[in-house]
Design a protein around this ligand. Structure first.
Ligand SMILES: Nc1ncnc2c1ncn2[C@@H]1O[C@H](COP(=O)(O)OP(=O)(O)OP(=O)(O)O)[C@@H](O)[C@H]1O
Length: 367
């Protein structure tokens, strides 16, 4: 209800206020940092870092979009410009019709931000105290605060944690606490920077489920920065990839996998050492005793492959390894990717970090 009231007042805000129109507009935006680097005793050199370079994109109201790229690509700089923390050195930027750099305070009422690696919660205070402070800081009407708090506590399972000091919370609990804090003032857009980093599989699933519901029920626009392609796969209809501050790809995740010819890896443990598994839909890239690594296209489901192996081979265990974003982008643009020199026969399996256990194979199988 609160949103409808505010939307009504937005009619004059241009496209940012129009339902279905561009809610976030980034038009040839650039950000150049002047960096001073010491080159010797009493000597320094000025260097210009172009963190964002003629970047253009739009996000429609209610869209959930993945915003990805390798380290140093310019993602955080973009988000900081979208919140008004940084001012662009060129181009035009609007969020809900508002110029973030000029009207940061007005915009703050309409956006929420979650940084996975930093908390906005008060470290030494019980969780509920941070929420009470947010209530006052944002001047949230009492009824709306209570309604949003109840909803977040229920859906994010925070009931038993409200009286616990933030420093005693686990990473997953703290992350859920942070997400709730960002939503108490009912923002229309949520920027999430690595919201699932370091979380276990169950916590990741909870966070993703909550975000899905938030988007479906409230129509919250979400811009999601992550290194976990599963976040994108499960949440976003579209992905934008930047590198060196420039847009490199915009479209569905499947298209990114196709463009990067990325592959997932199925790690199969057999009862005993056997010749390489022969299947038309996958190729064995490594064999070590009874363990075999099979590469298959990342855009495809692992389920049929797993079923066929289980049918024909003495299977003990298996896990699915996801390609990592750096490797996908490196393949796409022909750059040597991380770990490219490490040789497994037929090409190194990508993204060992993205490994999921056999119990999580279902997560890997969703496509
Ligand atoms: N305040 C700053 N002063 C100078 N250079 C900066 C500043 N902030 C960012 N940069 C530079 O701008 C570039 C983009 O950085 P940014 O933090 O936006 O990348 P990122 O995509 O968020 O990376 P990561 O995934 O590692 O967080 C990098 O070269 C970085 O060193």
């Amino acid at each position: 209800m609160a949103r409808e009231e505010r939307d009504g007042g937005l009619a004059g805000d241009g496209p940012g206020g129009a339902p279905g129109g561009a809610f976030i507009e980034v038009d040839r935006v650039e950000k150049v940092f002047d960096v001073r680097k010491r080159t010797g005793f009493l000597r320094s050199e000025r260097r210009r870092v172009r963190a964002v370079d003629a970047l253009s994109f739009t996000v429609a109201r209610g869209e959930m979009v993945g915003y990805i790229g390798p380290n140093g690509a310019g993602k955080s700089t973009t988000i900081k410009m979208l919140t008004g923390i940084l001012t662009p050195t060129g181009g035009r930027l609007r969020v809900a019709g508002i110029d973030p750099a000029r009207e940061r305070t007005r915009l703050a009422q309409r956006i929420g931000v979650v940084f996975g690696q930093r908390t906005t919660l008060w470290w030494d205070l019980p969780l509920i105290d941070s929420y009470r402070l947010t209530h006052r800081m944002y001047r949230i009407p009492d009824a709306r605060y209570r309604e949003n708090l109840d909803r977040c506590v229920r859906l994010l399972e925070l009931g038993d944690l409200l009286d616990v000091p933030v420093r005693q919370l686990s990473l997953g609990q703290r992350m859920r606490g942070d997400i709730a804090a960002a939503l108490l003032h009912d923002p229309e857009v949520l920027y999430l920077d690595e919201p699932t980093i370091g979380l276990d599989v169950i916590s990741k699933a909870k966070v993703r489920e909550f975000l899905r519901e938030l988007n479906a029920e409230r129509g919250t626009t979400v811009l999601l920065t992550t290194h976990d392609l599963q976040d994108i796969e499960q949440l976003c209809s579209r992905v934008m990839v930047i590198d060196h501050g420039r847009m490199m790809y915009e479209g569905p995740l499947a298209g990114l996998h196709e463009a990067g010819e990325s592959e997932r890896t199925l790690v199969v443990d057999l009862e005993r050492e056997l010749p390489p598994i022969e299947l038309p839909s996958a190729r064995v890239v490594r064999v070590e005793g009874p363990r075999q690594w099979l590469a298959f296209p990342a855009g495809k489901s692992a389920a049929p492959l797993v079923a066929r192996i289980a049918e024909r081979y003495p299977l003990v265990d298996l896990s699915v390894r996801e390609p990592d974003i750096e490797a996908v982008i490196a393949r796409m643009y022909g750059r040597p990717g991380p770990g490219a020199a490490e040789g497994a026969p037929g090409g190194a399996p990508e993204g060992a970090e993205g490994a999921v256990s056999a119990g999580d194979a279902a997560e890997g199988a969703v496509s």
